[in-house]
Design a protein around this ligand. Sequence first.
Ligand SMILES: Nc1ncnc2c1ncn2[C@@H]1O[C@H](COP(=O)(O)OP(=O)(O)O)[C@@H](O)[C@H]1O
Ligand SMILES: [Mg+2]
Length: 275
Amino acid sequence: MTQSTPLADAAISIRGVRKTYSVEGSVSASKTAGKSSSKSELKSSGRVVEALRGVELEIQEPGFYAVMGRSGSGKSTLLHLLAGLDRPDTGEIIVGGSAVHSMKESELVKYRRREIGVIFQQYNLLPTLDALANTILPGVLDGRPTKELEARGREILGELGLSDRLHHRPEALSGGEQQRVAIARALFFAPPVILADEPTGNLDSTSSAALWRLLEETAAQRKMIVLMVTHEAIAASHCQRTFILKDGRVAGEFESHGLDPSQLAHRSSELARTA
Ligand SMILES: Nc1ncnc2c1ncn2[C@@H]1O[C@H](COP(=O)(O)OP(=O)(O)O)[C@@H](O)[C@H]1O
Ligand SMILES: [Mg+2]
């Protein structure tokens, strides 16, 4: 973590980010003796997919933000790049003062562990570890003393209402509880930014509503940025601002907190269509 950054800790700046995937195609791999490849297989061979085509996005204030857009518009790709799980072809990604796009692999490992929290739809908890052990995992990987880690783990799990679930394994927790453990783990090093990709995709509507409120409160109380990909307008209505991705670019953004979900859905589909 650099001290000399002009950016606030909780800030994201994305400039001119492009990302293409070359899809090798599975022709030779799937071709078995005596069988000819189908037309669609041949077509997809050596194809290039432009997932992001010059994304510009600025967030300067802590808060809860949404990214919406049709399937394939580049939402997950953008989150992966922000999380340091992949690199942009060109462009700049600055998160909490760190230039993620130019980090060396060893720096990215530390960045992913300490400076960013990530929550996925599938919770990604280790099935053999209990809630506390899953929560403190980033600290264990960082080689910190277990006692200190456990105290911190209990504290966060308590704040998320899971004090009586410390020693439950994921299979003994509800989906909503598993997702709260994933949030606890993401919060472990108190990062300035949390990224969430469709975090309520596997939850019922009651647990989803509880999770959005929790993310909203978390962003406000801890003064961090929570950036969430969602396709649900009701989720975005908990967010202060919503960015619309279309064909790998930000097609527009608007204030979304407290908007009527049907109004919000209309607004986002207008932007996704016309911009
Ligand atoms: N690893 C990958 N290899 C090849 N193509 C990919 C890969 N990841 C994403 N894509 C393609 O990039 C585009 C954007 O994908 P994605 O970011 O997952 O969209 P979204 O999350 O908005 O549905 C899609 O056309 C998708 O098929
Ligand atoms: Mg996606």
